[in-house]
Structures are given as C-alpha cells and as structure tokens.
Unconditional design. Structure first.
Length: 760
C-alpha cells in the first residue's frame, strides 16, 4: 500500500541553506550530489596500483594510547607508505610497495614486542571482498582477565589493611607484596616498551611512582596508585569493546541467505557469493542482500534504516534499491549491481572506519605529560643524589634521602587521581540527568562545541506519523476516520497504525471491512456495509477511474506543500475525504533549540526525508540551516564540512547516522535509537529528552574548569615542594603530607561535580 506521494526512479538529493543576509525569508540553494562513479574513483585512488594493502586485527588494544604506541612503532619501518589504526574495530591497515611477506614479518615483530597480538585478515580467497570490512568474531577475554586481577588486588589491599591494624610490621610487608603483585605486570609492560624505544609511557610513569613510594616506605600510596590505574584501564577496555560490538552489529542488516533465480528455478545461496547481474527474489518482510535494480513493475520499500525516512517509498521498474532495505508489500525480483563487499552496508562500515581514522587519536593527558615530566623528575632526582656527594663532598645519606623525597614529591599521584576523580564525578552527575558519556575525553571535546547537527526523524521528531488533518465535505471527521480505520484494522504499517490510533481516541465504534485486499503500489480496498471503499494516494486515483475535483486538488496541494503525507478515502464514484499525516515534533525540541541559541550554539538539521517535510520542521523549530534528502555519505560529508569551520556535535538515532556520528567531534545518540547509533556515538541520551543537551554543555564546561583547577593545584604544589625538597627544607614526612594533602584537595574539588544540577 502506498502512503508516500512521491515515486522514485533513483534517489535524489537537495541541499538547503538559509542565507538571512540576502533576504528576509529562508533562501534555499540546491547542489548536485557526488556521483557514484566519482565516489568509487576516490575510494580506489586511496591505494595505488603499485601498493599492497595489508590488514590485521589487534588483540589486547584497550585504549587510544595503545593505538598511538603501535602506530608510532610501525612508522619506524621505512618500507611502509601509510599506517592506519582503527580503534573501534581493532584494525591495523598498512600500504607498502614491498613484498607482503617481508613487511608482515616486520610489522608482527614490532607489535609483538609491545605486548599485543596480531591476527592477519589477508587471505587470497578474499580478493574480491573489501578486506577491511571483514569482522573477526574472536572472543576478547582481556576485560574478564583484568576484572579477575583487579578483584584479587582489591582483596589483597583489604587483607593488608586489616593485618596492619593488628601488626604494623606485618601490614607493611603485606602492602609491599600487594604492591609488587600489581606492579610487576606494569613493570614488564614498561620494560617491553623501553626495549621497543618507547620509554616514557604511562606504564613507565606508574612504575616510577610506585617504586619511588616503595623506596621511602609509603607502601599504601604505591598500592592505591596502581589500583586506580588498573580501574581506569578496565573501564576504558570495557567501553572500547562495547563500541566495537555496536559497529559490528551493522552486519545484522544483511541476510545470510539470498534467493537466486537460475533458469526460472529458485536457489538459496549465501549472500556473500552474489555477483553482479545475478537475478534475486525478495519476499515481503525480507531485506535486500545487495544493491540492486528493480525488475518488477513496482515495489514498496522501507528504507528508514538507511535514510531515516519514516514513510515507505514506492520504487518503479529500473530503480536502484540499496542493500539492507526492507521489502514491504509483495515479492519482487531484482538484478544485483554491487560487487561482493561493496554494497551499501559494506560502505557504511567503511565510512565509519574512515571517519575514525581521519581524526588524530585522543592522547590521554597523563601519558602526554609523562613524556616530559617523568624523565625530568628522574633526571633531577639522579642529579640531586649524585652531584653534591661527588663534587661538593656532601654526605651521601642526606642527598639520597633528599633524592627519595624528591621522587615522592615528583610522584604524580595527585595528577593521576584528580583526573579520574573529576571525570568519574562528571560522568556520575551526567548519568543522573539521563546522559550517558562513554569517556572523559568527550567532556573536554563537548565543552568546545560551537555547532550541533540534528537528525530529523526520531531526534527532533518522535519518528512516527500522526494524523494532523481530516477533511470531508459530506461526512464528519469521525465518520471518515471510521471508514479509513475499517480498511486498516490489523495492519502494522506506520500510517495504518496512526489512523487506527486516531480513530480509537474518538467516540466511535471500530468496524472491520470485509474482503480487504492490498493493491501493490496502489493502496488498499475492502467492503464496508455493502460498499466497496478504497484508501489511495492522490497520485493513484486513476486506478478507480476517478478524477480529483478542483476543490479537493487545492486541499491536497496545500497539505503536501506543508510536507504532509495525504491519503484519500473514496468509493468507485466519489471522494469521501482526505486524511493527512506527518511526523510530530518532540515537545521539548523548540525550547532546546532556543536555549542552545542563547548559549551561542548554532543548530543545523540533517535528514534523509523529503524537502517539504524538512522545510516545515525547520521553520517550526526556527532552525536557520538544514540539508534534506541525504544518504549516509551525504550526512558524513556535511559533518566534515561543518567540522572544518568549528567543532561540531551530531545527534541522531538511526543506522544511517552512524558514519556522521563517528566523524563528528562528539557523536550523540538518542536512547531509543538503534544499537549501532548508540554504540557508535560517544554520548547517549537515555531518557530521549533533548533538554539534556544544554545540561551536557554546562556540565562539560564545569568539568573542564574543575580539571584545570586540579591540574594547576597539583603542579603548583609539586613545584613548590620540589624546590623545598632540594633545599632540604622539606623532610620526608612533609613530603608525604604534601603529596597526600594535595591528592585529598583535588579529589574533594572533583567531588563537587557530583552536586551538579541542570538549572534550565
């Protein structure tokens, strides 16, 4: 049954932009979309003919800094042209003009030396398939092992603490053993990285801090530093694995089997074996296994998973239909036009991976800071220990003591603790507001956002049509809806459900039409009280040999100009009336857009829906700039363009939004959105309320301010006591007090974020 009043030969695109400087009303500019051949040429040009591309899956990569270490090591191989590490899918992709076997051996040695494992995804049998879209199903047990180690470590801490209550000496020994249990793996990792010529890493930072604390007898502090480090690594690994699962779930849109027509015989074959020009058959309720051209006369297709368009679209013979689309009304035949590994879903996965690889990896502050801070502190402590006794004939004991004190003061415990304390407090405060944030880096990035791009369907709107107008000259609205509902009872079509829901809210008795029959590509008919009724799109009125009178045509054109979908209720002789439907704006959308404007944030709307619907929603929401009829690649390009001018956040709910969510500075998903959108984004609005966006902006700025305060306090305190330690003014117990006191202060400051409330 056709409810959308547009018929497509092939997808069209329109770009709409408001220019308030040129006119008092919105000015809409049109642009031609990128040609498929041009996109393909650009993709293929990434790897020249004399280059070999090699792909591996990395096991044990739990954080962005891991990716940075691996990339840095591989770049030392001169024979490699380019290196890409895709953290969300654990992929390592290199290009090289050298023989594959030689380079593979060098790469695997480099990565293994850092403590990671590589699983090759290069197979001759996969030559026709885009290798970077192959997803390994190997179970990653890294997080479970980390949880077990952390649980054991926490148990040892409790045991040591209890033992120290009964015997300080035995408690001291117990804390030393506990520290060594956690420290040895970190020392081993730091040593492997030193051997690989990456000496100043966060593992080295932790090793020096904990070892320094052990030397001066502060075993409890050494234990807690290692414990917090292990907790942070576990949480990062968990978040990373969840993101990978979400991206991999894109594949579920593709059916595993396809029906191929060979010599008029149906054969079931694996979808991955389909070739160009194969004839396939898809029944109602099934998804297409490949990009295809329609051979049947007509097909009604639900493409919301790919374009976000809420209303099914009618395609005619010869039209291109994308892989992953859902066939609605009847069995159709198509011819395959996409090569293995190059259909729309595969390209979606590729877009997500490419969008991630185009952004520099987020380097954790502590890791970056340690590259300068750690070697300087170690060098300074060494000089303090050696120079006075050797060249100034000072007593060794005094300067060794001062050196150990300097190591304790130099121990970045306050920095190590304040950062996760601030982030954890902010994330907890956000969760209370229904905002789920996947990492601390997102807070810093969101505080810099100047533009927010909104998907329309399911984000600014509720994502389902509702009846907006019921027009009839001869019948009451109740009588017209009763006739329409009688034809639609039992249907699960979105518009049918909207009509039935509207009728149920009225004081009428719902009747059921007899001999109901869906007419493919036309509408539905049925007999009610000895009268044959039809529910049709205006463009299909010719099916019953009726013409639309002028007065009805004016009404229809008025409604369609507002971006509404129109259906007619008729019999074989006259039109009874018109029912118009439209997706409804979320109640809080207008107030949210207005609040963002007062905060200096620009709002942009991106949608796969038609121009008229987009225009209507944009005007109602007072959004100055919007882009309509976009496919996923168009949304991605728009986000990239917006990002080039200022940091941009993208908020959406569908699979089609995933590439744009990944490419944005910050990706935000609606809580009721698809799993792919939720896992691809770095922020999720659990309660689906857009008013959480201004709250998130305020919280991000508060967290960034808190973090700067903590870092300034920690560094200034360190600088002060570094000087006093060298001069011998500060003794060991003062050093302990200074370090512990600073840690307590920055932690208390971080905990203030727990009291954050949205005052909007």
């Amino acid at each position: 049954m056709l409810y959308n009043n547009k018929s497509k030969q092939a997808p069209s695109f329109r770009v709409i932009h408001v220019d308030k400087d040129k006119c008092s009303t919105p000015h809409y500019c049109y642009a031609t979309p990128p040609d498929d051949a041009l996109i393909k040429d650009n993709e293929e040009s990434m790897v020249t003919t004399n280059q070999t591309q090699l792909i591996w899956e990395i096991d044990g990569m739990d954080c962005a800094s891991c990716a940075q270490k691996i990339e840095k090591q591989i770049k030392t191989i001169s024979e490699i042209t380019s290196v890409r590490i895709i953290f969300s899918t654990n992929k390592l992709i290199i290009t090289t003009p050298s023989p594959a076997a030689v380079i593979s051996n060098l790469v695997e040695k480099k990565v293994t030396a850092l403590g990671y494992k590589l699983h090759s995804l290069n197979s001759p049998s996969d030559s026709d398939q885009a290798p970077h879209l192959t997803h390994s199903h190997t179970t990653n047990t890294t997080n479970s092992k980390t949880v077990i180690k952390l649980a054991i470590f926490a148990g040892l801490i409790i045991f040591s603490l209890v033992l120290s209550w009964y015997s300080a000496q035995y408690g001291h020994y117990a804390f030393i053993i506990t520290t060594l249990y956690g420290l040895i793996p970190i020392l081993y990792a730091a040593w492997r990285q030193i051997v690989a010529k990456t000496p100043f890493t966060i593992e080295a930072l932790m090793s020096i801090s904990a070892t320094g604390a052990l030397f001066i007898g502060e075993t409890e502090e050494a234990t807690m530093v290692i414990f917090l480090f292990m907790v942070g690594n576990m949480l990062e690994g968990f978040a990373a694995n969840q993101a990978r699962k979400g991206i991999s779930s894109l594949i579920t849109l593709m059916p595993e089997q396809a029906t191929v027509i060979v010599n008029n015989q149906r054969m079931s074959v694996p979808s991955r074996t389909l070739k160009v020009d194969d004839i396939i058959e898809a029944s109602a309720g099934s998804r297409l296994p490949a990009d295809s051209l329609l051979l049947s006369e007509i097909a009604l297709v639900d493409q919301s998973a790919l374009t976000g368009e809420s209303v099914p679209v009618e395609y005619q013979k010869g039209a291109k239909i994308m892989a992953g689309c859902l066939i609605i009304d009847h069995t159709v035949r198509l011819t395959v036009i996409s090569k293995p590994g190059q259909n729309t879903i595969d390209r979606l996965l590729q877009l997500i991976e490419n969008a991630e690889s185009q952004k520099a990896p987020i380097v954790r502050f502590i890791d970056k800071f340690s590259q300068i801070y750690t070697p300087l502190i170690v060098l300074l402590a060494l000089l303090v220990m050696l120079i006075p006794p050797l060249f100034m004939h000072q007593p060794w004991y005094d300067w060794i003591y001062r050196s150990l004190t300097l190591l304790l003061i130099g121990c970045p415990c306050a920095l190590v603790i304040s950062t996760p304390a601030t982030i954890t407090s902010a994330l907890s405060a956000a969760a209370r507001q229904g905002i789920l944030i996947k990492g601390g880096a997102t807070l810093e990035l969101f505080g810099k956002i100047k533009t927010i791009a909104f998907d329309k369907t399911g984000t600014l709107t509720v994502g389902r049509p509702a009846v907006t107008d019921v027009i009839s000259y001869d019948l009451t609205a109740e009588q017209l809806l009763q006739k329409a509902a009688a034809l639609e009872l039992g249907s699960m079509h979105p518009i049918a459900k909207a009509i039935i829901e509207q009728a149920m809210n009225l004081p009428i008795t719902l009747l059921e039409a007899q001999s109901r029959q869906a007419i493919a590509g036309i509408g539905i008919k049925g007999e009610l009280l000895n009268e044959m009724l039809y529910l049709l799109a205006p463009s299909k009125i010719h099916y019953i040999n009726l013409a639309i009178p002028t007065n009805w045509q004016i009404e229809i054109e008025t409604l369609e100009s507002q971006g509404k979908t129109v259906v007619l209720v008729t019999n074989s002789e006259k039109i009874y009336g018109i029912i118009a439907l439209q997706d409804q704006i979320r109640p809080e959308a207008i107030s949210t857009i207005n609040t963002l404007k007062t905060m200096g944030i620009k709002s942009v709307m991106l949608t796969g829906d038609n121009y008229l619907s987009a225009k209507t929603i944009a005007i109602q929401l007072n959004i100055d700039t919007f882009y309509a009829e976009l496919l996923p690649i168009d949304k991605l390009h728009r986000i990239e363009q917006l990002n080039a001018y200022s940091p941009t956040a993208m908020i959406g709910d569908g699979i089609n939004d995933a590439p744009a969510l990944k490419a944005a500075t910050v990706g935000i998903a609606m809580g009721e959105g698809t799993d792919v959108a939720l896992e691809t984004a770095t922020v999720a609005l659990a309660n689906n309320r857009l008013v959480a966006l201004p709250c998130l902006l305020k919280l991000a700025k508060a967290a960034n301010s808190n973090l700067r305060q903590n870092i300034t306090l920690a560094l200034c305190t360190k600088a002060l006591f570094l000087i006093t330690s060298i001069l011998g003014i500060t003794g060991l117990w003062i050093a302990v007090l200074a370090d512990s006191g600073t840690t307590a202060l920055v932690t208390a400051n971080a905990l203030r974020l727990l009291r954050f409330k949205n005052k909007q």
